[in-house]
Ligand binder design. Structure first.
Ligand code: GDG
Length: 457
């Protein structure tokens, strides 16, 4: 292949279905694929567990070149579950779970990153642009630069970049910073992440600050950028206003016994999302209102995730224990206050829950952005609904009209829930209109353009 623009990500944007391939869901894929289609582009990534370690040849699907990178079972264990999700993920999310540092995980990370970079070098035209995605591939920019020094390279981090006090613990901190500094533009969800990176690049990468977010390293300029990711607003809005989904949302409330207020949480089952603390806040609210007639229903959708990592297994046990305890303490005939779903829902059903909920409770302990918060806003076609949002989500830098909370402060979250369910309709509408403007203005198409324009794409 001789592509002008190559996106490199952990996964390909298509998944195996029977003998064929179908596009993976999600706004990111939908925003990038048309750009790649127009520009003779390609995507380099792992084809997923369904294809095993089978070495697949590049193929075309969804109108773009697909370049599969093979991973062995041992690499999935050491690179993906190990270094990516047992070391980087907790370290970059404020150490909310303890990161593990193992040489064999690091060696797998290096080897796999080199393989992705080699596939890019084979795919990209000499004057092409490589755009590398996320924490799984932080060494790839440097590896591409070593193979072809003049390439234009961008990097985007979807998760937070940690403060230097935490990043300093990483035994391979110099190598990671060197890896990222191989790019021309390193972009982040938030200003804070960009600032954290600049400090680490100066300390561990020998970079000098030129001001305005620019660094000088080995005689090259590296730009840092804040580029908050968004969603495909029209997709969610159109689904939410369809008569079928509006009707189904009414039915759902009636199936729950027509509670006075429906409070919703939607997350991958991940310890960064603060689901356990959120349940304690709901429990506190229920205790406060034990003598009132108001009936709350708290719905938690927990999508199974990384079930091979021990920290995720014990999290699931804790959460399910808490759900059982709360329902045991507060349920009455015909009413269980917590409605818990451990599965991934079809998109239409997810939107139905967004439409049915009076309050959306998003309380991560740390989150790169949090798209769920933006999706809820896009689905509020009648300009009602209250968003409660953790100040530790990247989205909090943008969604200032939400009710911002410290998720570690259970009483504050419970009090904010109480305030949300009692809020005056005119204030609800004023806040929601302002949130919708923000989410609409910074949608995923705008994000893609803001990242690709500086690369000259
Ligand atoms: C990482 C960063 C950053 C959830 N449940 C169902 C379902 N979902 C979809 C949501 C949303 C996505 O999953 C989750 O995105 P988030 O942004 O909330 O969180 P992460 O998965 O941790 O994503 C994050 C993001 O990357 C993008 O840069 O915002 O900070 O951690 O789109 O809709 N989708 C369906 N059924 C479900 O049950 N269909």
């Amino acid at each position: 292949m001789n592509s002008q623009i190559v996106v490199v990500a952990n996964r390909l944007p298509v998944r195996r279905v029977g003998d064929g391939w179908e596009p993976s869901p999600g706004g990111l894929v939908r925003a990038l694929v048309p750009i790649l289609q127009k520009r003779d582009g390609a995507w380099v990534g792992w084809a997923g567990a369904d294809t095993g370690s089978e070495a697949l040849e590049p193929f075309e699907a969804d109108g773009i070149g697909q370049v599969p990178v093979p991973l062995s079972a041992e690499e999935i264990e050491h690179f993906y579950f190990g270094f990516c999700n047992g070391t980087l993920w907790p370290l970059y999310h404020d150490v909310v779970s303890a990161p593990e540092f193992h040489r064999r995980w690091w060696r797998a990370y290096e080897a796999v990153n080199q393989r992705y970079a080699d596939h890019v070098l084979e795919t990209l035209s000499p004057d092409g642009i490589a755009w590398v995605q996320d924490y799984q591939l932080q060494l790839v920019p440097r590896m591409i630069r070593n193979g072809r020094p003049d390439t234009t390279i961008g990097f985007y981090l979807h998760i937070p970049f940690p403060p230097i006090e935490l990043f300093a613990r990483m035994p391979w901190r110099n190598e990671i910073i060197q890896g990222l500094l191989g790019a021309d533009v390193v972009a982040f969800q938030t200003r804070r992440s960009a600032e954290n990176f600049i400090r680490c690049a100066r300390r561990y990468g020998g970079a000098h600050s030129l001001g305005r977010g620019e660094l000088s390293v080995e005689g090259r300029r590296v730009r840092t950028q804040r580029a908050p990711i968004g969603i495909d607003v029209d997709e969610f809005r159109n689904l939410a206003r369809s008569p079928e989904i509006q009707e189904r949302a009414r039915e759902l409330r009636s199936e729950m016994g027509n509670p006075d207020k429906v409070i919703l949480g939607v997350d991958r089952l991940d310890y960064t999302k603060g689901i356990d603390i959120r349940l304690r806040a709901v429990e506190t609210l229920l205790r406060w209102s034990i003598d009132s007639d108001v009936r709350y229903e708290f719905v938690q959708v927990a999508v199974p995730s990384r079930e091979g990592v021990p920290a995720y297994q014990s999290l699931r046990e804790n959460i399910e224990g808490a759900v059982g305890r709360i329902n045991g303490d507060f349920a009455r005939p015909g009413w269980s206050p917590v409605h818990y779903l451990y599965r991934s829902l079809p998109l239409e059903e997810l939107v139905t829950y967004y439409v049915a909920a009076d309050v959306m409770l998003v309380t991560p302990l740390r989150d790169g952005m949090n798209l769920v918060a933006k999706e809820y806003v896009a689905c509020r076609v009648h300009n009602d609904g209250v968003l409660i949002l953790s100040e530790f989500a990247g989205a909090a830098e943008q969604l200032r009209s939400s009710l911002l909370v410290n998720p570690h402060d259970v009483d504050q979250v419970a009090a904010t829930l109480q305030h949300a369910v009692e809020m005056d309709p005119s204030e609800i509408q004023r806040r929601m209109l302002s949130l919708k403007r923000t989410v609409k203005r910074a949608d995923v198409y705008r994000w893609a353009a803001s990242c690709l324009d500086p690369l000259g794409a």
